[in-house]
Design a protein around this ligand. Structure first.
Ligand code: NAD
Ligand code: MG
Length: 411
């Protein structure tokens, strides 16, 4: 029997980098949390191991075949776990009345429906899946206001900003923030600049997926690692910050900070600059959001500033990282422009990871899609999904026009 005080947690994307870090934090606090559901797309072997260790009530995989495989792996074991599949299964474990907290850690647009379902059901939602917020911002803002859900940022920068902002009466994410009223002048969104911050730009067209995924400070999934290398990650985070903190684009400044120790900052009218610092380990923001407003052990070592020695800051190189400009333009255009930006980026990054597109062509593909896709108002989920499909189709068309890996200077 579960003790009534324990919070029941569903982890969407439990086999990913954030999912595994979340399980690590949860396993340190069995008296506070129980695990209600674990989900994975196709790594059923890993999911089976997690089920044996954490005995969730549900396990969800992408399709019926994977569900059968997982069933075979767990056959004969004395587990309470029922196996579900597909988006319906994900939405069910995200919105189930027995669930208190949902960690949204699926990568990309695939996380949209279950993350939104958790918000609509009024859950405490821990948001790692920034793509879902970027592609459907207005829907999240409306659903948060209607359901009273709380949305706590897991992205280290947004979690840092959240920690540095004034919080009278608790979190008011999703349109409720009054930055001016709180004396906030500016949000400084930090980013490491990724593995190619100082690389000769003439070499960038031939970097490999493995080089792009070798982030100097963070260990992450491959898609977000490529986004960090193009700085589209910072572009998506810029849009994410506008939405979460009700900020105007000009209130957010991107600052490059190669050591990834300062996770972001908030500048106040009186000259104060508050920073949140820590070792680059996602278990800190995960533990912060899980226990908010309390503080729990995360397993992360305390930051040793003396050993660290120095912290550097510089302006981003907008020519090297055109994705920053593209994200700003999408935010300014509004409506479905961020949806198209995200969709085009997902297609281009996948093509790069599969060796079908040069690294430097990622922003070029996105820019072409942004020029062709018409920005429409996001009236509902159908409009979001139509804009997403349209931008993907445009991106595939542009990719299809390329014969093999493009030569330098092409696209
Ligand atoms: P990852 O690739 O390591 O894991 C992704 C997870 O999503 C896996 O469990 C996978 O099974 C699941 N998944 C993928 N496609 C799916 C689909 N179509 N249907 C159902 N499940 C699917 O990714 P990650 O690095 O853990 O990132 C997860 C999210 O968190 C991303 O949105 C990323 O931007 C965000 N994030 C990650 C980090 C980090 O340090 N890794 C930091 C900040 C934000
Ligand atoms: Mg981040």
């Amino acid at each position: 029997m579960q003790s009534p005080q324990r919070q029941a947690v569903s982890i969407l994307g439990s086999t990913g980098s954030i999912g595994v870090s979340t399980l690590d934090v949860l396993a340190r606090h069995p008296q506070r949390y129980s695990i209600y559901a674990l989900t994975a797309r196709e790594r059923v072997g890993e999911l089976a191991q997690q089920c044996r260790r954490f005995s969730p009530r549900f396990a969800v995989v992408a399709g019926e075949e994977r569900a059968a495989e997982l069933g075979e792996l767990l056959a004969g074991e004395d587990l309470p776990t029922e196996i579900l599949w597909g988006v319906d299964g994900l939405c069910r474990v995200a919105a189930d009345p027995a669930v208190d907290t949902v960690m949204a850690a699926i990568v990309g647009a695939a996380g949209l429906r279950p993350t939104l379902a958790a918000v609509e059901a009024g859950k405490k939602v821990l948001l790692a899946n920034k793509e879902s917020l970027v592609m459907a911002g207005p829907l999240f803002v409306r659903a948060l206001a209607a359901s009273g859900a709380s949305l706590l940022p897991i992205d280290s920068e947004h979690n840092a900003i959240f920690q540095c902002l004034p919080q009278p009466g608790g979190p008011r994410l999703g349109g409720g923030y009054d930055l001016e009223g709180g004396g906030v002048e500016k949000i400084l969104l930090t980013g490491s600049g990724g593995p190619f911050r100082a690389r000769d730009t003439g070499d960038l067209h031939r970097v490999t997926p493995d080089e792009a995924c070798a982030h100097p400070n963070w260990s992450m999934g491959r898609k977000i690692s490529v986004d960090s290398a193009t700085m589209m990650n910072k572009g998506l985070e810029f849009i994410e910050a506008c939405l979460l903190f009700n900020a105007r684009p000009e209130q957010i400044e991107v600052v490059v900070h190669p050591q990834s120790i300062v996770h972001s900052m908030v500048q106040y009218r009186d000259g104060s600059l508050l920073a949140q610092m820590g070792n680059p380990d996602m278990r800190t923001p995960i533990a912060h959001a899980l226990a908010f407003p309390e503080r729990i052990d995360s397993g992360v070592a305390a930051l040793d500033l003396i050993a660290q020695g120095r912290l550097d800051f510089e302006a981003p190189d907008m020519r090297r990282f055109p994705c920053l400009r593209l994200a700003r333009e999408a935010m300014d255009a509004g409506g479905s422009a961020p949806t198209s930006l995200n969709a085009a980026n997902e297609v281009a990054v996948e093509a790069f990871l599969e060796g079908r597109l040069a690294f430097t062509s990622i922003p070029a593909v996105i820019e072409r899609v942004m020029k062709s896709a018409q920005a429409v108002e996001l009236t509902g989920l159908d409009a979001v999904e139509a804009a997403d499909r349209n931008a993907r189709a445009l991106a595939f068309e542009i990719l299809g026009a390329l014969q093999g890996p493009p030569a330098r200077g092409e696209l």
